[in-house]
Write a protein of this length. Structure first.
Length: 328
């Protein structure tokens, strides 16, 4: 492969104010307050209307979709570019929940393409800062039928049949399309997902908006999307190790790793034939590209490393830092 023409790409986060959001995302990033109800920070997004914009360096001001059109093969690598073309396939977020999110499910790629001309949504959560008592729901306690599902939504008992978990820092939850789930109050997670915004809202605790109207539900759409025998949900816990990439999840849509950095660690990227997203989930670091150029990666920041970059040196700014990477 030719030497990388593109630098490491850092983007401006897109903050989303929602009723269930809080203040912790800005605090985690050591930024000025961004509002009292920030529920999400879209760290890396190709989504229409929410396109990530490069925040510094020679590409400053360009959007991720613009870069994909001009430099898609260099960003993605030949293998992924042949598959995805100039459509970046992932969406990366931090989520801070001070209240329960709706119970929801996402369609798989086949159903989402048929109904919405979109990717489906398989995703994962990495628990970064759970508050005491934080909980979330994923999967079923027992197998149910579509008829039972409709009845339980109608009589407000659907939550009773969902698996309930109390996350600790370092827990990872994998959510394939079709798995019913919800982030409960008190969670602060890193979410890695397919680049899709297709969500079927199943149940919203009969909450009302400012005008007194219930939020729209998508019961019939969700019936065909749900995996009704999804009773094997497990939680995986990871402790990072110095200089060693631990694979937390590997599926057709993404591979996500966790690593502790003490001093300097070199990530060998050439074998991936993929872009690499690098996120600091604790502490600050300096990233050094093969040409010697340096990029600061502060806690809570995310960068995109193009596939053409064959290695990356990561140096902890303090005693250590924790790094999550994801690629395909």
């Amino acid at each position: 492969m030719q030497p990388s023409k593109l630098p490491i790409l850092k983007f401006t986060p897109i903050f989303k104010s929602v009723l269930w959001g809080g203040k912790r995302i800005a605090q985690f990033k050591n930024m000025p307050p961004q509002g009292d109800h920030v529920g999400e920070s879209w760290e890396l997004s190709p989504m229409k209307g929410n396109e990530s914009v490069v925040s510094e360096g020679p590409m400053k001001g360009r959007t991720l979709p613009e870069l994909m059109i001009s430099d898609g093969e260099e960003i993605m690598g030949k293998r992924l570019y042949a598959n995805y073309g100039d459509k970046f396939p992932l969406l990366i977020k931090f989520i801070d929940s001070t209240d329960d999110l709706s119970i929801q499910v996402h369609p798989d790629d086949e159903l989402a393409a048929k109904r919405h001309n979109s990717l489906g949504k398989t995703e994962m959560w990495f628990s970064v800062l759970p508050a005491e008592g934080a909980y979330l729901y994923a999967g079923f306690k027992k197998q149910i039928t579509p008829e039972q599902f409709r009845a339980m939504v109608a009589d407000n008992t659907i939550v009773d049949v969902l698996g309930k978990f109390y996350p600790k820092r370092g827990d990872m939850f994998f959510l394939p399309a079709g798995r019913v789930h919800s982030i409960g109050r008190g969670n602060f997670v890193l979410e890695i997902q397919e680049a899709s915004d297709i969500t079927y809202r199943i149940y919203d605790y009969d909450r009302r908006d400012a005008q007194g109207n219930p939020r729209q539900l998508h019961i019939e759409e969700s019936v065909d999307s749900i995996t009704y025998n999804d009773t094997e949900m497990t939680v995986d816990h990871f402790e990072p190790k110095a200089g060693e990439e631990i694979v937390m999840e590997s599926c057709p849509f993404f591979t996500t790793t966790l690593m502790e950095i003490e001093g300097t660690t070199t990530l060998k990227l050439a074998g991936r034939d993929s872009f690499s997203v690098v996120i600091s989930t604790r502490g600050n670091a300096v990233l050094t590209a093969p040409d010697g150029s340096k990029t600061i990666l502060n806690q809570g920041e995310t960068v995109l490393v193009p596939a053409s970059m064959e290695s990356l040196d990561i140096t902890a700014s303090g005693d250590s830092c924790e790094i999550v990477t994801t690629y395909i």
